[in-house]
Design a protein around this ligand. Structure first.
Ligand SMILES: [Zn+2]
Ligand SMILES: [Zn+2]
Length: 355
């Protein structure tokens, strides 16, 4: 099968596009994987590109599997089913049904969380996103920048029918992990979002649908994004160096710039929460204690649980959450990654795999 393979993560950052010979992903002919016990062999139709893929390529996340097939927002069809696990399937502690039924030919979504041990203190307390031994698609196990992949059926999702394979792909990470960040804001009425990219675009639609007052923070002077946020229903949009007209009950930061944390904290009302929604962030500068005083909270979101997925894929088609996508052929994965990094993309890059 054809696959775009990362042989080595870069440790030196560059913002300029690399010469073709130095591009990180190499088109290779790989053996088609075989599904093990409880796994699905999936013919990949689309795979959306996530900022986390950039962090892996750039060497900002430790110890990726190498060589690695990136990609954790995978949509495909079940081609083959591995032997079913022996013994009765135990429901998880939070009630998610184990081994959801997939038949050959079914459409399937494969997310970032690829496997957990089901057994550590986190798994046993409904926090499988923090599992001590978790494996992650397109990071510690091979992902979807390829014609085929295998995935543990218990961590795969059935996808809402209203979306086609390109439209639905960005929901699998930007949507899901954005949703987990959003749920951490509780019933906050005034919600700020810092970094108005793919995840923000999806979550803003849910926030407005649920009657929140949305405040959008972009790079200062980014009038186009501020305008787009207002069109989505934001009551205010401005630069991340500005203070909103009202104090916020919660803020979600989707950008990876650490200085946004104290900036968002300063915009909070008493008891407010800042949720860092990204897997990687630059260092956070120090700030006066008075900005945290009065029970303000800073937290982060790591990974997702299957319950997040079930809730989100139930809610998304009702809003309905709309995605913006730009399609690239599998072989153009380097171009998609480069354009994402340089900020040239106005939509989520989705690789479309044709065989
Ligand atoms: Zn665990
Ligand atoms: Zn992701």
């Amino acid at each position: 099968m054809r696959a775009m393979v990362l042989n080595q993560a870069k440790t030196v950052l560059t913002t300029r596009p690399l010469a073709p010979s130095k591009r990180p992903l190499e088109l290779r002919d790989m053996p088609k994987p075989k599904p093990g016990r409880g796994q699905l062999l999936v013919r990949v139709n689309t795979c959306a590109v996530c900022r986390t893929d950039l962090h892996v390529v750039d060497g900002e996340l430790p110890d990726p599997k190498l060589p690695l097939i990136l990609g954790h927002q995978i949509v495909g069809r079940v081609e083959e089913i591995g032997e079913i696990s022996e013994g009765p399937q135990r429901p998880d502690s939070h009630g998610t049904k184990a081994a959801p039924g997939f038949a050959i030919g079914d459409r399937v979504g494969i997310p970032w969380l690829g496997w957990t041990d089901g057994n550590c203190p986190y798994c046993r307390s409904g926090r499988e996103n923090l599992c001590n031994n978790a494996r992650f698609t397109g990071y510690t196990i091979d992902g979807g920048y390829a014609e085929f992949t295998v995935a543990d059926a218990r961590y795969c999702f059935h996808l809402p029918e209203r979306y086609d394979d390109v439209e639905v792909a960005p929901l699998l990470c930007a949507g899901l992990i954005g949703y987990r960040s959003y749920r951490k804001t509780g019933d906050a009425r005034r919600l700020g979002i810092y970094g108005f990219g793919n995840a923000a675009h999806l979550i803003a639609q849910i926030a407005v649908y649920e009657g929140r007052e949305l405040f959008a923070f972009t790079r200062s002077g980014d009038d186009a994004t501020q305008q787009a946020a207002k069109e989505l229903g934001a009551v205010w949009a401005g630069g991340s160096d500005e203070m909103p007209p009202d104090k916020l009950d919660a803020a979600i930061i989707f950008a990876s710039a650490g200085p946004l944390v104290p900036a968002a904290l300063r915009a909070l009302a008493k008891g407010g929460i800042v949720v860092c929604g990204g897997i990687h962030m630059t260092d956070i500068p120090s700030f006066p204690y008075v900005d945290l005083w009065e029970e303000r909270v800073i937290t982060s979101v790591a990974n997702l649980t299957r319950r997040d997925g079930e809730e989100f894929f139930d809610l998304a088609p009702r809003v309905p959450v709309k995605t913006k996508t730009e399609a690239f052929a599998l072989e153009q994965a380097n171009t998609a990654v480069d354009r994402f990094r340089s900020g040239e993309l106005k939509a989520t890059a989705v690789l479309t795999i044709t065989s």
